[in-house]
Design a protein around this ligand. Sequence first.
Ligand code: UD2
Length: 313
Amino acid sequence: MKNIIVTGGAGFIGSHLVKALLLDGHRVVVVDDLSTGKSSNLPSHPNCHLFEVDIVDELALAHLFESERPSLVYHEAAIASVQKSIHDPVRTSAVNDQGAKHVFELAVHVGSEQIVFASSAAVYGEDPRLPKRETFEPTPLSPYGFQKWQNEKDAARLAKKSGVRFTALRYFNVYGPQQDPQSEYSGVISIFVDRILNDLPLTIFGDGGQTRDFVNVADVVQANRSVQRVGGGFNVFNVGTAQETSLLELVHHLYMIENQAPNVVFQPRREGDIHRSVADIGQLMSKTDYSSNVHILQGLQALVSAIKLKNNE
Ligand code: UD2
């Protein structure tokens, strides 16, 4: 049994990860400011402990790390929105940049063995080469992408200095149950599913030809668990499916699942929006037992069923 801190553990990805870690038999301390996360995302479990702390609050965080002394830290807390990072770069930088640095430094300070953290495909920006490989020099388009890249540089520096293992996971477009469709940080899939189930039209920003590597949260959890066995130093891995899906294909899948005629409105492309994105996952697959197990169609079907079930509760 490990003592694990998960920052952002009450959020969408974090809470799925927490549940899996509890099933693995670990003690899990969740650090979350509950700004977008919800305590109701967490199971009531004797080994799960929630602390309402903002990672920008260095003193409160230091107190917690010193009393908990986790051997493993998962850092998932972030303002995970490209758009928000453009409109409010000060607050997003405080959380995504400074907050991450606090977490990394404190983990090293209290003797943690490994820090695994959420980076993002946003670091690749508009590099036209596909699939995106970890060896490409990052060229982010948005403050969010720069902040995640900065996290990686801080982690690499600290890993070198301290000998502690740091593992950056560059998440592609994560979707799945518990992703809040009402939040301004919502991913396109949760927004589209919610609108279709409420008979509302979908808005496509741009021509719908933009592509993403939509990865189910179950695969993301598996990636996080599998990197626990990765060797020393600083490592960075893409987390995706290696499958490229356009927005138009996504819309087609969703209306097909619901057996409805498409109802779509087009609006201009959004600032900072990348055109094509798909992951090379060779590194992660060769260094761990990760494989992407959830095909987009299967993941969408499961998501629609889960939301319908919840709406009927
Ligand atoms: C995602 C992540 C972001 C970062 C980035 C990496 C989310 C919410 N954001 O940003 O954290 O990791 O990937 O590149 O997962 N769109 C519409 N209509 C809508 C909503 C979105 O057309 O109602 C478009 C949007 O303009 C974009 C695509 O759908 O072209 C995907 O948008 P997104 O917000 O789900 O994710 P993205 O790739 O901007």
